[in-house]
Ligand binder design. Sequence first.
Ligand code: PEP
Ligand code: MN
Length: 334
Amino acid sequence: MIIQIEQDISKSEEEAIQNALANLNIEWYPVETQMGRYLVCVCKSEFDIRTIGALPGVKDLHRVSGKHKLVSSKWKVGRTAVDIGGGESIGANGLTVMAGPCSIESEEQIEKVVEQLVKHGVTVMRGGVYKPRTSPYSFRGLGIEGLKTFHRICRANGIKIITEVMEAAQIEDMFDYVDIYQVGARNSQNFNLLDELGKVDKPVMLKRGISGSIDELLYSAEYVFKNGNEKVILCERGIRTFETASRNTLDLNAVPILQEKSHLPVVVDPSHGIGIRKHVIPMALAGVASGADGIIVEIHEKPEKAATDGQQTLDFAQFGEMMRKVRAVEGVLV
Ligand code: PEP
Ligand code: MN
């Protein structure tokens, strides 16, 4: 059960609700987000919901029987649009395209990508400055100075930024320079990082773990929400399976399933999902056709020279082709 309580509830009204819950043997967890105050309850037995619903200070109340609570569509029936600032949001109103290099490399590289985004009407640029790498000898990103350059150029062109945060200590330093924090597949269940991202008022896109289930992704989203941040976006980026012909197996089943289980927006990442440049466009289109709220794609002027993930990165001509086809697929979906 989720009880939404009035913002201006008095101390005594709050205590009366808590006493009523204690009498019914119900465990409750207080949650305060940028949008509301809730008591998330874990109920072990049936009871007359009206005994709580009628109490002063209760704004709304829903029975949410499943494992996931605040992220569940049993609580919030309509789809959530996550506000990313500047009057834009992800989810509930059409498709959002996010594109950019795997890693931020230089000022010139950022400018070239921005030019492409503006040309195709794309308003969110991706690019990592903290890169999780399998080998410690690989390029690990330009760090905060790279992010500042990324931000300066994007801001000058009306472009928003999504970039990966790898540890809690980076959150504050990055705050002024990001529009969406990305949690990478390797950190999908870094619960301390998720706790801390719950304490900031900035959208967070959670990637599914490399071997993570749909339920585990929803639990990760629940961590962020429970800690106070409702602005959560889910991302299907492929999972590790027995298949070796592609880098990962893009599980598009996850899109309708996540949208049924949760009210949060769902983004598809075809680049990491298949990991093979020449097959990224069809999988991007499949993502759009599956009903995703957005796609996130790696692009670079010279993919073969990219510092990271060049093998799955589209060049600018391919990006143009993808955008043309994405708009066409979008057009036939009602
Ligand atoms: C990335 O977006 O470049 C990235 C590292 O993604 P993932 O965490 O899905 O591997
Ligand atoms: Mn990448």
